[in-house]
Ligand binder design. Structure first.
Ligand SMILES: O=C(O)/C=C/C(=O)CC(=O)CC(=O)O
Ligand SMILES: [Ca+2]
Ligand SMILES: [Mg+2]
Length: 442
């Protein structure tokens, strides 16, 4: 609990009335960062912080001078780093700067703040905004941290050997592709590729017939590490700026044919959709929870182990995947929830992913993105992909409107949501990461 401070006080209310509404993701205790501009304009993209249904325009706020360098030097310097089209400079400043700006914004947005009048002019309704990928992402790595997902997928891809022997020792990952990462609202064409039908003697070429989503969290790196250096486990989180939602769209038929022996390649690099908002680790502090391993499993090697990890290394973040078919959209229906789970089930933590990634001297840089891997939970209903929910496409799902799905169809939109709720803490949420499938382009 020592990581809690005045910004977490559940009694705090904002003069932005929508922030105090029950069920709100963007309470004053949250204050997630993103990059936006007014939709349909040629304005420059700039940093923003979500509060209720509004965005605090950080470039406009910096221009007012109300967060003054004389009295709030660190916060003012941090604010100045949020005025450009990416948050990389802000991320590179490090945890004390992120915390100073969060505290200044928390105070300025509280009911009764003397800054309310000046800040009012800096609000932009979220409904009037368009968003950008919030950082220049140099490198993107996707992990595989849910043992439930690994086992479920392993049973389908490798029935004789579902969970490979390295899984419980190594946080497994693959290097993804930054160029196809898009922000919520992303639409992409169904990928073309090679697939090998069962029993065939040569592959087909054509649109993927087994297009899927993956329910994941993204981890944005703040301060990086020098190439050749390592990040120790108990320092790892100080290098993490925050978390977002991440959908690692996957073409299962391409994947099954191409993945051996080097892992996913074209099956997963055509689109990856993230939420506009990055929730800081500081905002997530009330939702930390202990990290445990089943006693019968191997315990981690010493470089992936610590008392802090055991006490509070996991985060209880509720995550959900929803499907809105074209037919639902036309009928004005919001969509149907496919599954929900929690990040607390993860076999490996944020800190272990960061530490493992650098154990060989690999350099991480501000704005790098790590995917958690599909966060399936222990029960079949908590599965984070259609591959698992339909048991490899063998069992079709019936949606509330009578439509059925094995894999995604053209026009389908997948909506990821995430939030944290707990007695004695204010609710915080991640908003949404929405992506939509367009027909293949031949
Ligand atoms: O088990 C496999 O061969 C592949 C599993 C995946 O789909 C890889 C992946 O993207 C990792 C993850 O999301 O957990
Ligand atoms: Ca993935
Ligand atoms: Mg991807």
């Amino acid at each position: 609990m020592s990581r809690l401070n005045e910004t977490h006080d559940p009694a705090l209310q904002s003069w932005v009335a929508s922030a105090n509404r029950a069920g709100q993701d963007f309470t004053i205790q949250n204050l997630p960062f993103g990059v936006f501009r007014r939709a349909g304009t040629n304005e420059a993209f700039r940093g923003g912080v979500a509060i209720g249904d509004e965005i605090v325009d950080l470039a406009a706020l910096a221009a007012t001078g109300v967060i003054a360098s004389e009295t709030e030097g660190e916060a003012a310097a941090a604010l100045a780093a949020c005025t450009g089209p990416t948050l990389n400079d802000f991320m590179a400043l490090g945890q004390p700067a992120w915390s100073a700006l969060r505290l200044a914004l928390s105070r300025a947005l509280r009911a009764g703040s003397p800054l309310a009048d000046a800040m009012h002019a800096c609000l932009v309704p979220q409904a009037a905004a368009e968003f950008a990928v919030p950082a220049r992402i140099g490198d993107y790595t996707d992990f595989y941290t849910s043992i439930h997902h690994a086992t479920n997928v392993g049973k389908l891809f490798r029935p004789d050997n579902p969970l490979l022997p390295n899984y419980k020792w190594v946080p497994i990952g693959y290097h993804g592709r930054a160029s196809s990462i898009g922000v919520s609202g992303q639409a992409f064409h169904r990928p073309l590729g090679q697939t090998m039908p069962p029993g065939a003697d040569k592959p087909n070429f054509g649109p993927s017939q087994r297009l899927d989503y993956e329910l994941e969290l993204g981890i944005f790196i703040g301060q990086g590490n020098q190439l050749g250096s390592r990040i120790a486990l108990d320092d790892a989180e100080s290098h993490v700026f925050g978390l977002c939602l991440l959908n690692d769209w996957s073409a299962r038929d391409l994947q099954a044919w191409e993945y051996q022996p080097l892992g996913p390649f074209l099956a997963k690099n055509f689109a990856t959709t993230i939420s506009p908002w990055i929730v800081t680790l500081e905002a997530l502090a009330p939702f930390r929870t202990e990290w445990t391993r089943p006693a019968e499993d191997p315990q981690p090697l010493p470089y992936l182990e610590s008392a802090t990890l055991r006490r509070e290394g996991a985060f209880d973040i509720q995550i959900e995947a929803w499907l809105q078919t074209a037919q639902m959209r036309e009928a004005g229906e919001a969509g149907s929830r496919l599954s929900h789970s929690s990040f607390r089930h993860s076999y490996w933590t944020v800190s272990q992913m960061v530490t493992h990634h650098t154990v060989n001297g690999c350099g991480l840089q501000p704005g790098d993105l790590l995917g958690s891997g599909t966060e399936s939970g222990p029960t079949p209903e908590e599965a984070g992909s259609l591959l698992e929910l339909t048991v490899g496409g063998k069992q079709s799902l019936t949606l509330p409107n009578g439509e059925t799905r094995r894999f995604l169809e053209d026009g389908d939109a997948v909506i990821l949501r995430g939030y944290c709720e707990q007695a004695g803490a204010a609710r915080i949420g991640f908003g949404e990461a929405v992506g939509r499938v367009l027909p293949a382009q031949h």
